[in-house]
Design a protein around this ligand. Structure first.
Ligand code: PGA
Ligand code: ZN
Length: 424
């Protein structure tokens, strides 16, 4: 049983406060986890409880920490940490709101993850194995950001993530080696054209391009320069994060000074789909626009994963609504959008039942917490998105996955092309 639940604040990768929770069991086992935080959040996400006011730009987590130390601790002490489902249910009921805003999504997810860690520690198992329901573990295909834009780079580029997907590699280790070369090639290329200017929130190069297209071109160019064949060895993935660009019923490309109607935007995206080896594309239209998502999925869903992030917010009801309209074919699974591990897992299971893919994803505000690496392996999620190939809050996750691959030894299998088997 749980002996104590303690919350306190630590700092995330943007230098903002966030919630860490430490759980101790009566047998001395410890679990600890930290909540991440998004910047381009979907409106249906579990909301973080923030203090507001002037201190830390309003991002303080004093109230969320208090939720943990008072109500949440009061509820959880004495409960069985091995029963994640009943603990998560208790958390949801205790909060009592639809968006988890009373106690805070940040308080709830840190607690939920810390419970899992404590359970694993008590069982003497690595977390992924504790979460696994059997079956052969499979190392996920990473989606690694090369250029960062959107809300993660002060709107310097309209699109948010320009990513490399090394699905042709033969192991997770090799996948990271390939992308390390692409990342380096991209840096050299940025130097050569005089456009290197540091990195964005998730570690991708800060874009000083003149257009979105130039960034996609630069990504394809860097894949080639590193010695790989775009599309065959390494696919291109874009997170459009279109909700961020939506103004007055259309899409505003700030960088290019262009305002597009939804139809014009559809055609713009379609022309990129035709011109580049795009294997994955996330949030191509504003959240809630099921019709354009469905039209886009009908046209491109057989050749690319159409991923719902803001569209789905890791929520089973939204997944059902999107499935009904055939608005996408892949779930971006962010545990803190759901608020508890059980709800995130349910979202993944709903996606799997539909025959969709799932990508487990970090947030733009992260820490050294590596829980999601274990969720991917333990839950059998074959794709993994945690940002770029720099900044230690990103590298910590890639490195944890390498450790897991190493520990599996001869049993380690890399998902490689499997997540894309349904595509032509
Ligand atoms: P966020 O960005 O964590 O700022 O929401 C990640 C994403 O959009 O995938
Ligand atoms: Zn996204």
């Amino acid at each position: 049983p749980i002996k104590s639940v303690r919350g306190y604040s630590v700092w995330d990768s943007r230098g903002r406060p966030t919630v860490e929770v430490e759980i101790e069991l009566q047998n001395g086992a410890l679990g600890r986890a930290i909540a991440p935080a998004g910047a381009s959040t979907g409106s249906g996400e579990a909301v973080d409880l923030r203090d507001g006011g002037l201190r830390f730009g309003g991002h303080g987590v004093g109230k969320a920490v208090a939720s943990v130390n008072t109500e949440i601790a009061g509820q959880l002490v004495g409960m069985d940490a091995a029963n994640q489902a009943s603990i998560d249910k208790a958390l949801i009921e205790l909060d009592g709101t639809a968006n988890k805003g009373r106690l805070g999504g940040n308080a709830l997810i840190a607690t939920s993850m810390a419970v899992a860690h404590a359970g694993a520690a008590a069982a003497g198992k690595p977390l992924w194995m504790w979460l696994s329901e059997g079956g052969d573990p499979m190392l996920p295909v990473p989606e690694i950001q090369i250029f960062g834009g959107g809300a993660h780079a002060s709107g310097q580029m309209d699109l948010q993530d320009f990513m490399a997907v090394p699905h042709g590699a033969s192991s997770f280790r090799e996948a990271t080696e390939w992308v390390a070369e692409v990342y380096r090639a991209a840096g050299d290329y940025m130097d050569s054209i005089g456009k290197r200017a540091g990195v964005a929130d998730e570690g991708g190069y800060w874009p000083l391009f003149d257009s979105n297209e130039q960034a996609i071109e630069a990504l394809v160019h860097s894949i080639k320069n590193a010695g790989f064949t775009p599309g065959t060895d390494i696919g291109v993935s874009l997170d459009i994060a279109a909700t961020q660009m939506y103004r007055d019923g259309g899409y505003f490309l700030k960088r290019e000074g262009r305002a597009l109607s939804p139809d014009e935007w559809f055609d713009q995206l379609a022309s990129w789909m035709e011109a580049y080896p795009i294997l994955m594309i996330e949030d191509p239209f504003v959240e809630g626009d099921y019709d354009n998502h469905a039209r886009f999925t009908a046209k491109f869903g057989d050749r690319a994963q159409i991923i719902g992030d803001d569209l789905l917010v890791t929520n089973t009801a939204n997944i059902a609504a999107a499935a009904e309209k055939q608005a996408c074919n892949t779930l971006l699974c962010k545990p803190n959008q759901a608020g508890t591990l059980s709800e995130a897992k349910a979202a993944h299971e709903a996606a799997r039942t539909l025959g969709w893919g799932t990508v487990v994803s970090a947030r733009s505000g992260e820490t050294e917490d590596v829980t999601i690496a274990h969720l991917a392996l333990g839950w059998g999620i074959t794709q993994f998105k945690v940002g770029s190939f720099s900044r230690s809050e990103r590298m910590a996750k890639w490195n944890e996955m390498l450790r897991l691959e190493q520990a599996l030894g001869a049993d380690a299998r890399y998902a490689g092309r499997r997540p894309f088997e349904r595509l032509s």
